[in-house]
Design a protein around this ligand. Structure first.
Ligand code: KDG
Ligand code: MG
Length: 409
C-alpha cells in the first residue's frame, strides 16, 4: 500500500480545527489532528508545506519509521507546531492500519485493559450557587468526577470559568478562545486566588460529600512556594489532583511543591516530548501525565511515555478540552483503553456542529468513555460541511496583574 494523497483541512464549526487526511492507493483513508489553539495556521502550513510532500509514495504501514523520519529528519526537533504536525501523521497512519486490519486501534495496541475510561467534566461558577448548579448538571449527565473552577472576588474574569452558559443545561462547548484579531485581556490576583479557592472546596465538599472525585486546574499561574501553599491548603478536601500549579517548563520547581504537600499533582498539557517529562517522572514529582496525543507527536510517543511512567506508578490524565478535535480525542481514548496505567480522561463534549463535521464511534455513558468498535480511530470527516465552515482567527485570553504586568495565563 502507498500514500497517494495528503490533504490538510482547516475548518471552524464553532472553533478552529486542523485535520490531516491521508489517502492510499487501496482506497483507505486516515485522519489526524494537528489543532494548535490560537496558532492553527502555523500547524496547517507546516503540514502542507513541509510534511505532506514527503508522505506521498510512502508505505503507510511503517508508522515508527515515518515518525522517526519526521522527528529526527527535520533537524529542528520538538516544539508545539512540529509535534502537532507529526501527531497528525502518526494518528492518520494508525487509523489506516486499523482499517486495513479491520480492528479498532486499541486492539492493535494490545487490546482493552478495562471496560471504559473514567471521565471528568468541567464545572465552574461565578458564585457558590451557580457552581452548585453546574456540578448538579454534570452529575445529571452521568459524570462521576468533576473539575471545579470558580470566579475570584476582586478579579474581573477568570480563565476556565464560564460566565453564564453552564447552568442552562443545554449542550455547551466552552470556547475560551475569543474570535477576533487579538486576545482578550483578563486580570489576575494570586493572593485573592489563594485565599478563595480553599473556601470553594470546603463548600463543595459540604454540598456534595466526601466521595465525589474533585479536580482543580491552576493554569500555570503560581510560583513554586504559592503552589505548595495551595496544595497544602487543599489537603482537607482530598482532591483527585491539582493541575498545572506552576509554569510547567520548570521541572525542578515541582521538587519544592512536592516537599510541602501530598495533594496529587498533574502536569503536561503543553508538553510535546518525553524530555519535558523526564525529571518529573523519574523523580516522581507528579502523579498524572496530562499530555494530549495531538500536542505530543501522536499515539506512538504517547504509548511510550505511558510505559515509561508506569515504572514510577504514574498514571494518565490526558488533556481533552474541546480544542483537541474529535480525532485527537479518539487517538487518546484508544491509548487510554489499552494501557494498564490509565488514570482519568478529561472530557468536554464538542458542539453539535463539530459532531456533524466529525462523526464519531466514541460513546459516553454512565461517566465512562469508550472509543467504539469501528476499525481505525472511529472518526469520519464530512469534508463538504467542513469546507463551508472556514477558519476564523481566535485567541486564548492573556492575563495581567492589577498594575498591568503580563502574567502567565
Ligand atoms: O488551548 C488551551 C486549553 O486547551 C486549555 O487551557 C484547557 O487547561 C485546559 C484544560 O485543562 O483543559
Ligand atoms: Mg489545564
Amino acid at each position: 500500500m502507498k500514500v497517494i494523497g495528503a490533504d490538510v483541512v482547516v475548518t471552524s464549526p464553532t472553533r478552529n480545527f486542523v485535520t490531516l487526511k491521508l489517502t492510499t492507493d487501496e482506497g483507505l483513508t486516515g485522519l489526524g489532528d494537528a489543532t494548535l489553539n490560537g496558532r492553527e495556521l502555523a500547524a496547517a502550513a507546516y503540514l502542507r508545506e513541509h510534511v505532506a510532500p514527503l508522505l506521498v509514495g510512502r508505505d503507510p504501514g511503517r508508522i515508527e519509521d515515518t515518525w522517526q523520519y519526521l522527528y529526527r529528519g527535520a533537524y529542528w526537533r520538538r516544539g508545539p507546531v512540529t509535534m502537532a504536525a507529526i501527531a497528525a501523521v502518526d494518528m492518520a497512519l494508525w487509523d489506516i492500519k486499523g482499517k486495513a486490519a479491520g480492528m479498532p486501534v486499541y486492539q492493535l495496541l494490545g487490546g482493552a485493559s478495562r471496560d471504559g475510561l473514567l471521565a471528568y467534566g468541567h464545572a465552574s461558577g461565578m458564585s457558590f450557587e451557580s457552581l452548585d448548579e453546574s456540578i448538579h448538571m454534570h452529575l445529571e449527565r452521568g459524570y462521576r468526577a468533576i473539575r471545579v473552577q470558580s470566579a475570584i472576588p476582586g478579579v474581573r474574569a477568570v480563565y476556565g470559568v464560564a460566565a453564564q452558559a453552564q447552568a442552562t443545561g443545554e449542550r455547551y462547548d466552552y470556547e475560551p478562545a475569543g474570535r477576533g484579531a487579538a486576545p482578550v485581556e483578563e486580570d489576575w490576583d494570586t493572593a485573592a486566588y489563594l485565599r478563595h479557592i480553599p473556601k470553594v472546596f470546603e463548600h463543595v465538599r459540604q454540598q456534595f460529600g466526601a466521595e465525589l472525585p474533585l479536580l482543580h486546574d491552576g493554569h500555570h499561574r503560581l510560583r513554586p512556594i504559592e503552589a505548595a501553599k495551595l496544595g497544602r491548603s487543599l489537603e482537607p478536601y482530598d482532591l483527585f489532583w491539582l493541575e498545572d500549579c506552576t509554569p510547567a517548563e520548570s521541572q525542578q520547581a515541582l521538587r519544592l511543591v512536592r516537599r510541602h504537600t501530598v495533594t496529587p499533582l498533574a502536569i503536561g498539557e503543553v508538553f510535546n516530548a518525553v524530555w519535558d517529562f523526564q525529571q518529573l517522572i523519574s523523580e516522581q514529582l507528579i502523579d498524572y501525565v496530562r499530555a494530549a496525543a495531538t500536542h505530543f507527536g501522536g499515539i506512538t510517543p504517547l504509548r511510550k511515555l505511558m510505559d515509561y511512567a508506569a515504572q514510577y506508578q504514574i498514571r494518565s490524565g490526558f488533556h481533552g478540552p474541546t480544542d483537541v478535535s474529535p480525532v485527537g480525542l479518539a487517538a487518546q481514548l484508544h491509548v487510554g483503553l489499552a494501557i494498564h496505567n490509565f488514570g482519568i480522561q478529561e472530557y468536554m463534549p464538542h458542539s453539535d456542529l463539530t459532531d456533524e463535521v466529525f462523526r464519531q464511534s466514541m460513546r459516553f455513558a454512565g461517566g465512562y468513555l469508550h472509543p467504539g468498535e469501528t476499525p481505525g480511530l472511529g472518526v469520519e470527516l464530512d469534508e463538504q460541511l467542513a469546507a463551508r465552515l472556514p477558519y476564523k482567527p481566535a485567541y486564548l485570553p492573556v492575563s495581567r496583574l492589577h498594575d498591568g504586568t503580563m502574567h502567565d495565563w
